[in-house]
Design a protein around this ligand. Structure first.
Ligand code: SF4
Ligand code: SF4
Length: 84
């Protein structure tokens, strides 16, 4: 089973909702969040387990605010670092 981590940088996200519209598995939700004095729209990762790693969100986010990576990859990196 593919298992991906999906991260949104809330500081750079402008809440445009492109990711929510383009994601085939409905991973994102656009919500109002308080940031300092103001409330604004941001994308939150609501269904990370549904991500299929298609990268459509990463390629289409206008502010480069999304990162998607395979969960196993960090582990492998750590192990090889330990072995080295
Ligand atoms: S596409 Fe990017 S900027 Fe737009 S809501 Fe999603 S994460 Fe935020
Ligand atoms: S990589 Fe694809 S499936 Fe995963 S969150 Fe982005 S658009 Fe959705």
């Amino acid at each position: 089973m593919p298992n991906f981590s999906v991260l949104v940088n809330e500081d750079t996200c402008i809440g445009c909702s492109v990711c929510a519209q383009i994601c085939p598995t409905d991973v994102f939700r656009i919500v109002m969040k308080k940031k300092g004095e103001y409330e604004r729209l941001v994308s939150v990762v609501e269904r990370e387990e549904a991500c299929i790693g298609c990268m459509a969100c990463v390629y289409n986010c206008p502010t480069d605010s999304i990162k998607v990576f395979k969960k196993g990859e960090e582990k492998k990196l750590e192990k090889s670092e330990v072995a080295a």
